[in-house]
Design a protein around this ligand. Structure first.
Ligand code: CDP
Length: 362
């Protein structure tokens, strides 16, 4: 009886051992069989300035820059048909000639402004607000011959592009950029419109809650130009932009404040979205380039280069020609915008300037 029990016990142990081995073999086979075809590595982050990936860390890759330069290097010639076609598509969808700027004609007392960055928010136009609007469009149906839109990219550093920028009939600048301190040789000084992001008022001028003279004095370098403010993009922009307007009036600064029309910004965002741009907000540069394309026969862009290295020589660049503050990639998709602008350059619709300029070039 005892012998039989022992026999049973050993057969159980052997059976369990065999089952275990079988199971181990099956698992081993499955694991190894999966590896017969080597697993594809996770797709590497592309080293191109992929339009759909604004957070691409490879801002400085040679490969990216080589591709851009390859597309850029063909001799540029204005293609009148392409320009006319693009400009009239913009006009028919966005009506920038009448609507880019808020005026007393397009936004009467009692009308409702809808904020383009927060569409649930509206503002009724009171007589006081109305009195701050431009009487009429500052450039009614005026077609300028040559316009320079100056972005703030570090590519302008030591570019010697000041003279050629200043030779344009109409010069547009972004975000109150510094023009003195030796920058003038590279970026020029002429200014017809300059934009200002309200974040500048918050960060540099204490939200204009205290002394306002330093702010008004900082505007001297833009002379009698227009200061274009996105006062109705977000609710919190309005009070600080109004403080900027009142400071300008109170100190009798010659600069003339005007406001972006949020209706126009909304239609412009849709226009670029229909061309594949998936950004939360358009950057100031592409907005101003779009306005220029409706108003100017020849549009030249300077300082548009959202990459960390110079296209020629590949030396490291700061993000702006005056500082290295980075772009908020959550909101803007500058490489994707650049890609679209480069397409327009290749089609002869506008001209992007990427290299240094010859001193004295006009
Ligand atoms: O207000 P935002 O952040 O759009 O612009 P910014 O940094 O003050 O620069 C003005 C414009 O220059 C941008 O909107 C871009 O169109 C252009 N820019 C560029 O192309 N590359 C850079 N590295 C910096 C600015």
């Amino acid at each position: 009886m005892r012998g039989q029990l022992l026999k049973l016990f050993f057969s159980l142990v052997i059976t369990l051992f065999c089952l275990g081995s079988l199971l181990t073999t099956v698992i081993w086979y499955m694991v190894n069989n999966n590896n017969v075809e080597p697993q594809r590595p996770h797709p590497k982050k592309k080293s191109t300035p992929d339009s759909s990936d604004p957070s691409d860390p490879c801002k400085s890759c040679r490969e990216v820059i080589d591709k851009v330069i390859e597309r850029y290097s063909q001799t540029w010639r204005k293609q009148e048909n392409n320009y006319q076609q693009f400009s009239s598509q913009l006009s028919s969808q966005c009506h920038g000639l009448d609507r880019a700027i808020i005026t007393q004609a397009n936004t009467p007392v009692g009308s409702k402004i809808v904020y383009d960055g927060d569409k649930k928010k509206t503002l009724k136009v009171t007589p006081e607000l109305f009195s701050t609007f431009a009487k009429e469009h500052p450039f009614p149906n005026k077609t300028w011959d040559t316009c320079a839109v100056v972005g703030n990219g570090g590519i302008l550093t030591n570019s010697s592009c000041g003279d050629i920028i200043d030779s344009a009939q109409f010069v547009i600048r972004c975000n109150l950029p510094p023009l003195g301190k030796g920058y003038e040789k590279h970026v020029g000084t002429k200014t017809d419109i300059v934009t200002a992001n309200p974040s500048i008022f918050l960060e540099k001028y204490g939200a204009l809650m205290g002394r306002r003279r330093p702010f008004v004095e900082s505007l001297h370098s833009y002379g009698k130009s227009r200061l274009l403010l996105p006062a109705f993009s977000y609710g919190h922009n309005t009070p600080v932009c109004m403080r900027a307007v009142y400071s300008i009036e109170d100190f009798e600064s010659p600069i003339q404040p005007i406001f972006f029309n949020p209706e126009y910004l909304q239609s412009l965002a849709l226009f670029w979205r229909s061309r594949g741009l998936r950004a939360v907000r358009l950057s100031t540069g592409i907005i101003m380039a779009s306005i220029a394309l409706e108003h100017c026969a020849n549009v030249h862009l300077y300082g548009f280069w959202p990459f960390g290295n110079h296209p020629h020589g590949l030396h490291a660049l700061t993000n702006h020609y005056y500082d290295d503050r980075q772009t908020k990639t959550k909101f803007h998709s500058m490489p994707a915008e650049f890609d679209l602008l480069l397409q327009l350059h290749s089609q002869g619709v506008l001209r992007l300037h990427l290299g240094d300029c010859q001193p004295g070039e006009k």
